[in-house]
Design a protein around this ligand. Structure first.
Ligand SMILES: Nc1ncnc2c1ncn2[C@@H]1O[C@H](COP(=O)(O)OP(=O)(O)OP(=O)(O)O)[C@@H](O)[C@H]1O
Length: 250
């Protein structure tokens, strides 16, 4: 039985949640002598789930970080189409880029990077409080998300009192509580056993593409990639294969 069957329905995507389209154009990024991205083009459609695969060192995380405005490419553009406006993420100054990251993008990493001193509820609520939502409102929304992801009753647990899969669900809730249009996940199941990994992927997909959001997930796991609608393979900083996975929902 999936946690969703225990959980409450997902909070509806806010009516204003606009579909986002991300386009990378000619992305180049080097770290000293290492060329991580070598002129990469990629279009990601709104509501799509895209797995980014390929050998170690192929540039997957660098691509994710460039798309998300965490890393600035040496050349090229990352165009975000949102609300009828097109923004070059790579061209924004630091302040605007971090505002965009907080409001529009959500992040899930291999280890959830949750704050150990805070409870599950506080870890999720903090994402909204950073956007200026008052504590009460933030905790209300956080509780809704935790309930929807099958964590009702665990709101007051600290991170150390959660299993790996539960902690990843908290991270998934935190990534989306502020209404992210695009969720970036880097090896979100990398630290989990295969059963828990399947559950976490189920939750990640249903809470993102299932509600109109876009998901970009870096993974080495074929099972994770198979669950996504599309897989791009990177090697030496370029896309060497781009394929749709038949039979999957975007
Ligand atoms: N901060 C950094 N400083 C120096 N080199 C870096 C840095 N980040 C990445 N690199 C190098 O850039 C290349 C691409 O790294 P990246 O992490 O994007 O690859 P990856 O495909 O995600 O690899 P993995 O699957 O091992 O996580 C690698 O050769 C890596 O060593």
């Amino acid at each position: 039985m999936t946690p969703f069957q225990h959980g409450r329905p997902l909070p509806a995507a806010p009516a204003h949640l606009p579909p986002a389209v991300l386009s990378a154009r000619g992305l180049v990024k080097s770290y000293e002598a290492t060329r991580a991205l070598a002129g990469l083009d990629l279009d990601i459609r709104a509501g799509e789930s895209v797995a980014v695969m390929g050998p170690s060192g192929g540039g997957k995380t660098t691509l994710l970080h460039c798309l998300a405005g965490i890393v600035t490419p040496d050349a090229g553009q990352v165009l975000l189409q949102l609300d009828g406006a097109t923004t070059d993420v790579a061209g924004l100054d630091d302040r605007r880029r971090s505002a965009l990251r907080r409001s529009t993008f959500g992040f899930v990493f291999q280890q959830g990077l949750l704050i150990p001193e805070l409870t599950a509820l506080e870890n999720v609520a903090v994402a909204l409080m950073l956007l200026g939502v008052d504590r009460r409102g933030a905790e209300h929304s956080a509780a809704q998300w935790l309930g929807a992801l099958g964590l009702g009753g665990m709101e007051d647990r600290r991170v150390g009192q959660l299993s790996g899969g539960q902690a990843q669900r908290v991270a998934i809730a935190r990534a989306q509580v502020s209404g992210a249009s695009v969720v970036f996940a880097d090896e979100p199941t990398g630290a989990l056993d295969s059963g828990t990994s399947a559950e976490v992927m189920d939750i990640l997909l249903r809470s993102t593409t299932g509600t109109g959001r876009t998901l970009v997930v870096v993974t080495h796991d074929d099972d994770v990639a198979r669950r996504c609608a599309r897989t791009v393979h990177l090697r030496d900083g370029r896309i060497v294969r781009d394929s749709l996975c038949p039979g999957t929902a975007a």
